[in-house]
Design a binder for this molecule. Structure first.
Ligand SMILES: Nc1ncnc2c1ncn2[C@@H]1O[C@H](COP(=O)(O)OP(=O)(O)O)[C@@H](O)[C@H]1O
Ligand SMILES: CC(C)(COP(=O)(O)O)[C@@H](O)C(=O)NCCC(=O)O
Ligand SMILES: [K+]
Length: 279
């Protein structure tokens, strides 16, 4: 069995993948600050041969995880951001400083759709762009929905946005503090994604397919006004592409990959942008 780990700032996500059939057998998550102790939602390490890790948590979290695993499994692959991989050139001045979860998303997006825009809605919301030919432009980092809410300290931190709410409801003026906060941060997040996407496509002269991942992907997706696809396992897909182990992975298949969305015509994106500038 293969254990894939996506250690984010909030949640450490894991999944077990059958090395023979490529099927996902189980998945779970623990808070990143918690230890992996029996009884919590952790995988059964006795069945694991190989581990692949993407981690953006503090260095000590990765070190602890590696030391816990190293005597119990045959091999551990740790992903790192680098200058070039799988046809993509990292846009950062110091490539190693790009969050490796972003790098995994960017590589997965390029493998699936070629040039693309990757949006990861977790603790932070990150938006990354790759042009035809594989040049990563860099991207944008903004606080995620939970972080934005916590920064306000209005006693509303425990009332999360209902992930099943419709975007129209969430964009209406709030009539209680908790609603005003939730609708405000939702508006901030989705307007930023819509605007950044349009601005970058306009300046680069290309309409890019958008792929959305992360814990808040579903709810943010409802407020995105351009065609896009949700890909919950996108970071894992980057791990599959970097460290292919199963027959399917070696053939370039990534688990849970959506059909890439056909972007709208660049003229439409430009018209929308021109209209929003008038407001
Ligand atoms: N069951 C859940 N537990 C915790 N956070 C959740 C859950 N479902 C959605 N979320 C949202 O997802 C975010 C965490 O998403 P995730 O992509 O795992 O973040 P990270 O990679 O930064 O740890 C939280 O900040 C929260 O807004
Ligand atoms: C931007 C991030 C905090 C996002 O992390 P996440 O929300 O997925 O936990 C992470 O990718 C990171 O620590 N990046 C390093 C800084 C950078 O990418 O420039
Ligand atoms: K993120």
């Amino acid at each position: 069995m293969i254990l894939d780990l996506d250690i984010g700032n909030t949640l450490s996500k894991w999944r077990l993948k059958d090395a023979d059939s490529s099927e996902i057998r189980s998945r779970g998550a623990v808070w990143t600050r918690e230890e992996w102790k029996p009884g919590s939602d952790i995988p059964d390490l006795d069945v694991v041969e190989t581990v692949r890790i993407s981690s953006v948590a503090r260095r000590s979290v990765l070190a602890q995880t590696e030391s816990l695993l190293k005597d119990r499994v045959r091999s551990v692959h740790v992903a790192r951001s680098c200058h070039e991989a799988l046809g993509v050139t990292n846009g950062y001045h110091e490539p190693g400083r790009l969050g490796v979860d972003r790098w995994m998303g960017v590589l997965a997006g390029y493998q699936l759709a070629g040039a693309s825009c990757t949006v990861d809605c977790g603790s932070a919301i990150t938006i990354d762009f790759v042009l035809p030919g594989g040049r990563h432009l860099g991207g944008y980092i903004l606080p995620g929905l939970r972080l934005m809410k916590e920064s306000l300290k209005l006693g509303t931190r425990n009332v999360a946005i209902d992930p099943d709410s419709e975007a129209d409801e969430l964009l209406a003026p709030g009539r209680r503090t908790v609603e005003a906060v939730n609708h405000g941060i939702y508006m901030a997040a989705v307007s930023a994604v819509n605007r950044i996407y349009s601005e970058v496509c306009d300046r680069e002269g290309v309409a890019l397919p958008m792929l959305v991942t992360g814990g808040d992907a579903r709810v943010v997706s409802r407020g995105i006004r351009v065609p896009h696809a949700i890909w919950p396992d996108m970071v894992y897909a980057g791990l599959e592409a970097c460290f292919p182990l199963t027959a399917a992975e070696r053939a370039g298949k990534m688990a849970g990959a959506p059909v890439p969305p056909a972007p709208v015509a660049l003229e439409k994106i430009r018209a929308g942008l021109a209209f929003s500038m008038l407001l």
